[in-house]
Design a protein around this ligand. Structure first.
Ligand SMILES: Nc1ncnc2c1ncn2[C@@H]1O[C@H](COP(=O)(O)OP(=O)(O)O)[C@@H](O)[C@H]1O
Ligand SMILES: [Mg+2]
Length: 385
């Protein structure tokens, strides 16, 4: 892409600043437009969808923060990189700017010219990258009770799926709060957790998100590890979670998310927007009862049977209810079942290896593979939400 193709909109009521910036960017070969009021800025931005918008906050008609919010919520300008360019330099002003949806914040001072020229290339890639938002399919893993294999199924199905869809990308994110377990299961000892990602003070973009995902050769997917200790989880910037997940989805073809038994204000909206919810059930009576309660709740909040993908995991032994009894009790049809595997799941996890690599000829390996196939066709035919 040649620089001439990029369009930059400068919004400033001060003609001196606007001309100075116009000359600077014009000399670099960018196409530049200018607006001196908020109204004009919104009109031009909607008509031309600029790659970058430099936005002064002090405008004669509308406050720059409101201009920013308006542009962010409009599909024609949602993918433009918005850079606040202003004299407002107090920390709370900067934070308000970023909260309003700006990608970056540059204070009007002599150093600004260096900052702008240095960051311009990344603003441009980010504005284009975000155009693919909403592309990926989200597969959530969820159960009514802990300890029944939700996390091991999440990573092992993600492994099978990644083999199936290659070269398409599969990623796993651990949203079990306040303490994730996937990092230890796949042996990813990193500090780039999902909690940290919510603490970034910029709108999450694909390049930023990419840095948080660790590639795992053995597992064939990338992983975003969960909270590393309950203390860390307390610091999560909850209102950032939806934007973070929007970016996660935009970054991969298939995103598998472990929610454990989390049904909170944070996780519910994410479950609701999943193309598939793998609902893990174990055959013991107490889990089945809890699963019934949870299913009623999920239906009540508008989650459909088309989203639900119930699986039976005999994590606790051979005893318990039969598949038919569980289906009767819950009024759903179970899509697949994993047999009791004695301590083989534990053995494979102790080695941080996919079950199918450790025990390729075991029944669970075949079941995991066929579940991944079913899930793939289940989510592929759904329109991403
Ligand atoms: N089908 C199975 N057969 C035998 N053990 C299993 C099976 N599924 C899971 N497990 C074991 O159950 C334990 C709990 O699994 P985990 O994924 O951590 O549960 P959860 O995420 O639901 O809390 C692990 O030790 C795992 O190895
Ligand atoms: Mg778990």
């Amino acid at each position: 892409m040649t620089p001439e193709k990029h369009l930059i909109l400068i919004v400033d009521d001060d003609a001196t600043t606007a001309n100075w910036l116009r000359n600077l960017l014009g000399r670099k070969g960018y196409e530049v437009m200018a607006a001196s009021t908020g109204q004009e800025a919104i009109h031009l931005a909607r008509s031309y969808s600029p790659d970058i918008i430099f936005l002064d906050l002090v405008l004669p008609d509308i406050d720059g923060l409101d201009v920013c919010t308006t542009l962010r919520n409009d599909p024609r300008t949602a993918t433009s990189a918005i850079i606040m360019f202003t004299v407002r330099d107090r920390p709370e002003e900067i934070s308000a700017g970023l909260q309003a949806g700006a990608d970056d914040y540059v204070i009007k001072r002599p150093e600004a010219v260096g900052e702008i020229l240095e960051r311009l290339p990344s603003w441009l890639t980010e504005s284009r990258a975000t155009q693919f938002m909403g592309r990926g399919r989200m597969i959530s893993f969820f159960s009514a009770k802990g300890g029944i294999g939700t996390s091991v199924l999440c990573i092992n199905i993600a492994y099978a799926l990644s083999k199936l869809v290659e070269p398409k990308s599969v990623a796993v994110a651990d949203m079990v709060l306040p303490l994730g377990s996937i990092a230890s299961m796949v042996n990813a000892d990193v500090s780039t957790t999902v909690v940290r990602l919510t603490l970034e003070d910029r709108r999450p973009t694909r390049p930023m998100v990419g840095k948080y995902f660790v590639p795992l050769d053995l597992w064939n997917f990338r992983v975003l590890v969960g909270s590393k200790d309950p203390m860390e989880a307390q610091t999560m910037q909850v209102e950032r979670v939806p934007a973070v997940f929007e970016s996660l989805r935009a970054s991969f073809d298939y995103l598998c998310v472990d929610f454990g038994k989390g049904l909170s204000k944070i996780t519910l909206p994410l479950l609701q927007t999943s193309e598939a919810i793998v609902f893990v059930i174990s055959p013991d009576l107490s889990t089945v009862k809890l699963s019934k309660t949870v299913l009623n709740f999920l239906h009540g909040i508008g989650i459909t049977d088309a989203q639900l993908f119930p699986v039976l995991n005999r994590a606790v032994g051979r005893e318990g209810l039969t598949k038919g009894q569980i289906e009767n009790e819950l009024g759903i049809s179970i899509q697949g079942a994993i047999p009791y595997a004695h301590n083989n799941f534990t053995l494979s996890i102790n080695q941080s290896r996919p079950y199918a690599l450790q025990f390729p000829n075991d029944t669970p390996s075949m079941m995991l593979e066929s579940m991944a196939e079913q899930l793939k066709s289940h989510v592929d035919k759904m329109i991403p939400r």
